[in-house]
Design a binder for this molecule. Structure first.
Ligand SMILES: CCCCCCCCCCCCCCCC(=O)SCCNC(=O)CCNC(=O)[C@H](O)C(C)(C)COP(=O)(O)OP(=O)(O)OC[C@H]1O[C@@H](n2cnc3c(N)ncnc32)[C@H](O)[C@@H]1OP(=O)(O)O
Length: 326
């Protein structure tokens, strides 16, 4: 069963057998992760072994049952691209397609193509492979900084993160087993902003979350860009269908496994202004449409001091979950 357990993660009988088998496999894998020296922080989650000039290998943690977490694959692909770019250029946009489910028990190999090195802009294409098949493709563009006018809209009024409960505490109360295995806590602090009882406009779903890296990160802008990419794949998929269900998972009465199959199809990020991913970032998300088994969602990403630091767009497969094979 490859259903992504959103918004109410697994813990029910439906997924328990797989989970127990997974525990033994995971023990072996964690051992080998330690042997490889990968740490439980962003530098560890994004660490890549360089096999050749433009060829890298990385490992994904568990986290999304039966498939590698797309945010980690995208962030590792971006890390690989960044390793081939001169240090005076920062990433300003990326576009990726999730083509096959990644298997977190096996490494991913990242090949980087140097598409263009211009005077101002640098373009890279990355393919992430497993077993000789492409799992994810990324196009990323980097540029030298320029001094021009700075215009942005104002941040919407939002309760600050310090006034909101830790998302994991609520999660743990509702999903104790799942919580114990969540990899996300190792790298992300999260606060859910309670939304209005009714959507602001018919057909529109909205949700806001504060997120930041759980540990202080080194002063490497590329690492902060990759951390944002990682975090940005967590809650856009649910926001395409789950305006009511995401808040529901945070309440005590959340007891039913999700009946929705959600998986990220493609992902785009535009980075606007310098930021630190170890400081609070507000992901203000909205989804104006879901149809034909696909939902589209946008996130405006704000720093705590009201700077618009990025935009994220994602298309997601959103279907009723199959409980047995066709
Ligand atoms: C408080 C703190 C908590 C922190 C914790 C928070 C977590 C709470 C948020 C979580 C949020 C998650 C968000 C994840 C976001 C990603 O990370 S998802 C991972 C990244 N994306 C991917 O892996 C997608 C990769 N791409 C693909 O898998 C394929 O291209 C696609 C999109 C499925 C299309 O493939 P296709 O072969 O053309 O399509 P199709 O035949 O329809 O389906 C292929 C397979 O998909 C599966 N599938 C398709 N439809 C269904 C369905 N309706 N039901 C079940 N399975 C299905 C089946 O395995 C199917 O294979 P078969 O069983 O038919 O053999």
């Amino acid at each position: 069963m490859t259903t992504v357990p959103v918004p109410v993660p697994p813990g029910g009988a439906r997924e328990r057998g797989t989970r127990e088998r997974g525990t033994q496999e995971r023990a072996g894998r964690e051992r080998s992760e330690r042997e490889r020296g990968a740490g439980a922080d962003f530098p560890g989650f994004l660490s890549l072994e360089q096999l050749d000039r433009d060829l890298f290998r990385g490992w994904c943690h568990d986290g999304i049952p039966s498939r590698a977490f797309g945010g980690q694959v995208a962030a590792q692909a971006l890390t690989a691209a960044g390793r081939t770019v001169p240090g005076d250029r920062a990433v300003h946009s990326l576009h990726g397609y999730f083509l096959r489910a990644g298997d977190s028990s096996r490494p991913l190999v990242y090949t980087v193509e140097r598409i263009r090195d211009g005077a101002s802009y640098t373009s890279r294409r990355v393919s992430a492979l497993q077993g000789g098949e492409i799992v994810f493709t990324l196009s990323a563009s980097f540029k030298r900084p320029e001094r021009t006018d700075d215009r942005q809209q104002a941040m919407p009024p939002t309760p600050g993160p310090d006034s909101l409960p830790d998302l994991y505490e609520t999660w743990a109360r509702n999903n104790p087993q799942d919580f114990a295995q969540a990899e996300f806590r190792r790298v992300l602090d999260m606060r859910y902003v309670p939304g209005p009882p009714e959507p602001n406009a018919p057909g529109l779903t909205e949700q806001k979350l504060w997120m930041r890296a759980a540990q202080r990160l080194p002063d490497d802008p590329m690492l902060h860009a990759c951390a944002l990419a990682y975090a940005s794949d967590l809650f856009l998929a649910p926001s395409t269908v789950l305006s009511e269900q995401l808040p529901r998972m945070l309440r005590e009465e959340a007891d039913e496994p999700s009946s929705v199959f959600l998986t990220s199809l493609d992902h785009g990020i535009w980075y606007h202004r310098p930021f630190r991913a170890d400081e609070w970032m507000l992901f203000a998300q909205r989804s104006p449409t879901a149809v034909d088994g696909r939902g589209l969602a946008f996130a405006d990403v704000w720093s705590l001091d009201g700077r618009l630091i990025a935009h994220v767009v994602q298309e997601t497969v959103a279907r009723p979950a199959r409980t047995r094979r066709r």
